[in-house]
Write a new protein. Sequence first.
Length: 155
Amino acid sequence: MELIAPLPPPRNGMLEVYLRNTDDTVTVVIVPVSISGDTATGAYVSFAARDDGEHTYTDRAGTSRTVRRVVALTPPTLLPQRLDDFTIMLGALVILMAAFGVVAAIVARSKRQPSIMDGFEDDAGDALAMAGDADLPEDPAAAMAELARRSEDGE
């Protein structure tokens, strides 16, 4: 809707509504105030109408224009707003940034720093390799002392 204006007598109780169509043409719609609803300038609307010929008016620049005129038969129904290019691009950018954040988190997790426990696992494997098939005492404390002695001796 581009412009809403009340009509002068003898059409009291009627509104003259200028609509911009999807093909960028203008149509003048005569709407009774009683069925005009809560439509506002800039809203997208849908309604049933009958043809009422052509209408000539002078625009704000002083140019005389002739447009199609219709009379609304049903109350205008508000339609959802169209998405413009900026809104679509902004939405795509937000989605791409979220995807990049997820990928960055996955990569960061896969390249984590080694923990302190990683070193103990390697040392335990070295101790078992040094022990080889040699007999160790059954007592764990005595076995550890024997392994420490062998490590110092270089066996």
